[in-house]
Each structure stands twice: as structure tokens, then as C-alpha cells.
Design a protein around this ligand. Structure first.
Ligand code: SF4
Length: 362
């Protein structure tokens, strides 16, 4: 039988290798995978961490994903949309803190008002802070909208597929015209064709999800040739339909450990992409993001949304840091990453080497 060391010495991990690595439960063997991933990262892109200022623009969403705390039918969610001045103040703080890029995230909203408003924000930010790279995470839109926002100055887009398995996807989304697996896949291709640096990701530890599903997710990322990944443990929210299936969930410890393994294995498979240390990891372990960085992640997204609004952007429960103002969010991240051999790169957008190589850009 192949042992862990043999697998970690391979040039190319196949499906069976990935399943075996994801199945590791022994702490020492897990550490071998994390160490290998850290060494791959160090050799390929250096031990650098890039910060993105996260602005949660609006928690209004037209969709009804069965796991999400701000889904359309959660009438208990207190809805908000940031005003223009709140957005610009968040951007100003991002630039002042030297983060290098911002992420504007919102529920999925269609319609001219949202599209035009966001387009005007992107133009204003791009004009005032040309060195700040703008990332969007605003759900599925048409190719024309992706192009408008790209032309306005946004050059990165995050759109998580949540699972690359169609059946599992439909077990966590309603089966209706608003939630289409094929449309989600097409959206990733549209984003790629528009010229964005494209990011996606999955949740780890969903009801009925298996290690085999997750191994196929990793292979999907490689086959699609993604530039960026954000993935983290599934954490249930009591005001969602999926909460009824909480008896099917893995333990929190297993969800955390498999999430770290997913990050580490992906780093080994795709050495030059950007991998985020998700906030959800910190919900399960107060050193979660630091551990993810030491398992191969290289991006962290401190929240710069105004304190009085961000407590209402709750995709899952026990979201960490909702009582921290932007400065405290940064300090908490800085303190947790410092002194572990990593260097935080301020004033650097952290464009993935993978994207530069893929597009032959500088
Ligand atoms: S996961 Fe995203 S698209 Fe789905 S309901 Fe939540 S905010 Fe909306």
C-alpha cells in the first residue's frame, strides 16, 4: 500500500492519491501534508501573505441557497445596503492600512440600479486609488455586466461553486430557475473570457458530502485552471432549511481538519494560485487563519465594513470578528500571522503568479 511520504513525493496527484490524503486522521501524517504544502508555497511564490479589505456592500439577495443566513426567505435577517459615503470610507481605510486590494461582496442583485451603482463605485475607486486592485463577489450576472464592471476597473471576481458535484449542489440549493448548476459553471467561463482573475471555492463538511466529493472538487479546480480559491468549513445557520440536516454533519473538528487538508493538497497541486485563509476557519479555531497560512494559504481578508453594519452580514452563525472595527480586525490578523515565518505584504495587490503565467502578463 502507498504511504503518505510516497504520495507527497509524486509530481502529479491523481484522484486516489487525493482521496488518501484527505482521509488522513493521524495528526503526524496531517502535519506532513501541511509541511509539504508550506515548502511548495515557499519555493513557488515565497512565504508572503496578501491582505484584501473586505467590504460587505449589501446583504440583500434574490437567491435562496438552503445554507445561507442572508437567503431571500430569511425574514429575520436585518437587511442593509451601504451608502456611498460608507463604501468610500471603507475604501479609504483599506488604502490607509496598505492592503493593496479590496473585495466588494454582496448578495446577488440584478437590475439596472445595482449594476449602475456598483459600476459608478468601481469607477470612482479606480480613479481615486488606481493602485488598489478591485475584486468583486456579487454572484451570477450576465457577460455584459461582467464586462461593464471589468471596463470600469474591477479585475478579479470570486464566484464559489460550493460543490462541483451537481447532485450535491442541488441538495443545498432550491431546484428552480434562480439556482442552476449549469449557469454557475457557465458564469465561471464567462468571467474567464472577460479577462478577470477568476476565483471559486467550495464548502467543506456539507450534509451528505464525502471525501470523494471533495477530491473531485480539487480536481475540478485544477482542470478549470483557477487563479484563486476561497474555501472553508460549512457552519450551519439556524434560520436556514439545511439546519434540519445538522445531524448528518461531521464534527466541527473534522470539518476544520479536512478544510486545512483541502488547502494544503490544493497548494501542492497548484503551487502558484492564491488561496485564501477563510474567516470561517477562525470560527472553529481562534488560530484558524494562522493554521491555514501554515498549510499553504497566502491571502487573508480583514473586514473593513462599518462595524454597525457588518454584524448583519451573517452567511453562517458565530461569524468571528463582528465586534472588531477595521483597525482591530487588521491588528488581530497581523498579530496572529506575525512570528510564524510569514511576511505580510502591504501595498501589494498580490496578483497570483498563476494568472500572470496563464495570461503571459507582467
Ligand atoms: S450564498 Fe450568496 S447567493 Fe446564496 S443566498 Fe447567500 S448571499 Fe445569496
Amino acid at each position: 500500500m502507498t504511504n503518505i511520504d510516497d504520495i507527497l513525493n509524486k509530481e502529479h496527484l491523481d484522484y486516489e492519491d487525493i482521496v488518501m490524503l484527505l482521509s488522513i486522521e493521524d495528526k503526524n501524517d496531517m502535519q506532513k501534508v501541511f509541511d509539504k504544502a508550506l515548502s511548495v508555497k515557499a519555493n513557488a511564490i515565497g512565504r508572503f501573505v496578501y491582505l484584501r479589505g473586505l467590504i460587505e456592500l449589501s446583504n440583500i439577495c434574490r437567491k435562496n441557497c438552503l445554507y445561507c443566513g442572508i437567503r431571500r426567505d430569511n425574514y429575520k435577517a436585518i437587511r442593509y445596503t451601504l451608502f456611498h459615503d460608507e463604501v468610500m470610507e471603507s475604501v479609504r481605510l483599506t488604502e490607509k492600512f496598505g492592503f493593496g486590494s479590496i473585495v466588494i461582496q454582496s448578495g446577488e442583485l440584478l437590475g439596472d440600479t445595482f449594476i449602475e451603482t456598483l459600476e459608478s463605485y468601481i469607477k470612482e475607486i479606480h480613479q481615486k486609488y488606481p493602485e488598489l486592485l478591485i475584486t468583486l463577489s456579487c454572484g451570477e450576472q450576465t457577460p455584459e455586466v461582467y464586462k461593464r464592471w471589468f471596463d470600469a476597473g474591477a479585475h478579479r471576481y470570486l464566484l464559489r461553486i460550493e460543490s462541483s458535484d451537481e447532485e450535491l449542489y442541488y441538495s443545498i440549493h432550491p431546484k428552480d430557475e434562480n439556482h442552476s448548476f449549469k449557469a454557475r459553471m457557465q458564469a465561471l467561463t464567462d468571467l474567464r473570457n472577460t479577462g478577470y482573475q477568476v476565483g471559486t471555492g467550495v464548502m467543506i463538511g456539507l450534509p451528505n458530502q464525502t471525501i470523494e466529493h471533495l477530491a473531485k472538487d480539487l480536481i475540478f479546480f485544477r482542470d478549470f485552471d483557477v487563479d484563486m480559491i476561497g474555501m472553508g468549513p460549512f457552519i450551519e445557520h439556524s434560520e436556514t432549511p439545511l439546519y434540519e440536516k445538522r445531524n448528518l454533519l461531521w464534527s466541527l473538528e473534522k470539518r476544520f481538519n479536512v478544510s486545512l487538508l483541502m488547502i494544503a493538497i490544493l497548494r501542492i497541486m497548484m503551487p502558484t494560485i492564491n488561496i485564501a485563509a477563510s474567516t470561517a476557519l477562525e470560527s472553529l479555531d481562534n488560530q484558524g487563519r494562522r493554521k491555514a497560512i501554515l498549510a499553504g494559504a497566502n491571502v487573508v481578508m480583514p473586514n473593513v465594513t462599518p462595524l454597525y453594519k457588518k454584524k448583519n452580514y451573517k452567511l453562517y452563525e458565530n461569524k468571528p470578528g463582528i465586534h472588531l472595527n477595521p483597525w482591530e480586525s487588521l491588528k488581530s490578523i497581523h498579530d496572529s500571522i506575525e512570528n510564524c515565518g510569514e511576511h505580510i505584504c502591504y501595498h501589494n495587490p498580490g496578483i497570483p503568479k498563476h494568472f500572470r503565467d496563464r495570461t503571459n502578463s507582467i
